[in-house]
Design a protein around this ligand. Sequence first.
Ligand code: 3H9
Length: 702
Amino acid sequence: MPTPEPSRILATQQDGVLLLGLNHPPLNTLDHALRQQLYEALQAAAQDASVQAIVLHGAGGNFSAGADIREFGQPRQPPWAGDVAQLIEASAKPVVAALQGVALGGGLELALAAHARIGAADARLGLPEVKLGLLPGGGGTQRLPRLIGAAAALPLMLEGRDVDGNAAQALGLLDEVCDKAALLDAAVRRARAMLDGARPSRPGTDGEAGKQAGLAAIAAQRERLAAKPHALPAQRLLLDCIQAALEQPLEAGLQFERQAFLQCVASPEHRGLAHAFFAEKLAGKSPAGQARPRPVQKVGVVGGGTMGAGIAVAMLDAGLDVVLIERDAASLQAGQDRIGGVYQRQQDKGKLSAEARARRLARLSAATDYAALADADLIVEAVFEDMDVKSQVYAELDRVCRPGAILATNTSYLDINELARRISRPQDVIGLHFFSPANVMKLLEIVVPEQVSDDVVATSFALARRLGKVPVRAGVCDGFIGNRILYVYREAANYMMEDGASPYQIDQALERFGYAMGPFRTADLTGGDIGWATRKRKAATRPPEARYVRVADRLCERGWFGQKTGRGYYRYPERGQRGQHDPEVLALIDEERAARGIEARAFSDEDIVRRYMAALVNEASKVLEDGIALRPADIDTALVNGYGFPRWRGGPMKYADDVGLPAIVADLESYAKEDAAFWAPSALLRRLAREGAAFGKLNQPQ
Ligand code: 3H9
């Protein structure tokens, strides 16, 4: 016989107070069974004479992470979270919500309907729906503005930000903050105190001044969104809902919210964002099975350049101790200054207090002698991208580091297998590929060489979580997942430029598609010199038959490296200004076309996007075939978090599934008539298209 599912609601009584514990571990998501059982428990409590008041809490450390996102793809059954919330609000017996762990989305909306809220100081309260292309649909858009005022409620919902217990109390979201261990007792006490009918008043939107402040905040946000090419429908609808909260009675506002919520659920933006959410969860699971992470507290960073300094800041921010190593005193000082500079800028912008900065810097030490790494648990090498230079660093690490220390490299494309083979402990070597600025960018490629031991992989995933990064496992090859794919779609952009599209048109087409910046604008930002050096280094090994567009080299020969030199593909007459089109660049491209006998042809914006995406998806599919990425979700996660792919589209593999793989194959086949070596569809892509399958299928366990 199948074991019956445990009850979603745990009910106990204390002093005439009924404690209803949400019991759907680990996060008490509000799936249908939980909503149904809670609804029934509340109805029963209303009838039960022994119950004088109710405390709603979460069993197992969390209140609730909100609606079960997986249910949004399926027909949903009542009672809705909003129905449960209304029952709570209408209860003649006082209801107190006791919040600990996470109280997010629909979870917080239940609490907003209660007659009082009490929470632990470290609880996380928020309405993050917008991050999933949704808006709060359980009454949150109506009750939060009424509780704390529309002007304060608006940014919380529009940014999907969460706040801790103390901040929530300051906002008026919590009536009381207390110790986690004392939470339930305090909630029972408060519920009993409310038995005489005294309920906290809701200051909320009372008064004309509050209403006008709210309307002004809404108008300002509307203007801001109107200027954004890709504001989400959920963001606009959210503002409409908050306005309804200011202008309409609660019941009408709730109905308005319900319609807006259903519109969001049906939007492609929601599907894309939900896909990105689950792709990240999948990518973030260590592929090393049950292997236990090694403990990490002291980290060495070798190299204090931009990358090394950013990595050091990321580690310090996560509470780790850092030893910075450089080859001489001057370089060491420069590295320390870079780290100090990052914190100084954060402090100047008001993002970091002087005390927090001092606490972080107190965990930083610096040395020119590798002996300082003798007791480090993990070392990240971030020196110049050259096998010999890195090998010398690794030889030193091999000599001084304690057995069991993890030796990580931040290389972007060198052969980590080769690096590992050159030392006596290849099992401890792994790639941790950070993206610049390393303390800001979310993506961390965890590059897994042949001989690495499982617990080193497990440690790297655990470290990524601690750093607040989004990890993706990658195999060893030139460029790993992201840079390997980037190289190919950048080439597609170069080909289109040489064949007739201007870099400005290409950028514009891709920005309209959803990239924050097109490829040529991005090249100007990152600086043309780095790519130029790489191309020169690789020139000898480039297949002679491969097409090679020389425009970037020609720009670099003139010293036009992009923003930092004031010229690149664009002109930058003033620092920080958006680039202007440059007729000299267009003339230079014309010269290149003439030299190659290419007659410029017209590309529509749609042609540009199709070619760019076909090149991207085709290389991504080869990355899968080669086992460099384990699943399409890993590619989606990498491209969204490290390469500016629009998150609301879910990722390139999700995009390919949405367009349909046969259409992508047909495009590739037509382009292959021009250049078969570059455009021929990968075997995997052909097979999936033939079978009528989608990449999404490969995300499920086979
Ligand atoms: C909403 O509430 C709409 C309402 O307004 C309207 C109602 C009508 N649903 O992240 P973790 C899974 S919208 C389904 O590793 P952590 C997650 O996939 C919702 N599944 O834990 C993973 O599964 P698996 C608004 C969910 O401790 C497992 O739980 N709420 C949901 O690092 C563990 O997750 C949100 O947007 C969910 N809501 O972080 C909150 N949440 O093990 C979204 C998690 O199979 N969630 N899972 O891979 C989060 O931000 C984080 O999960 C959280 C915990 C911070 C809560």
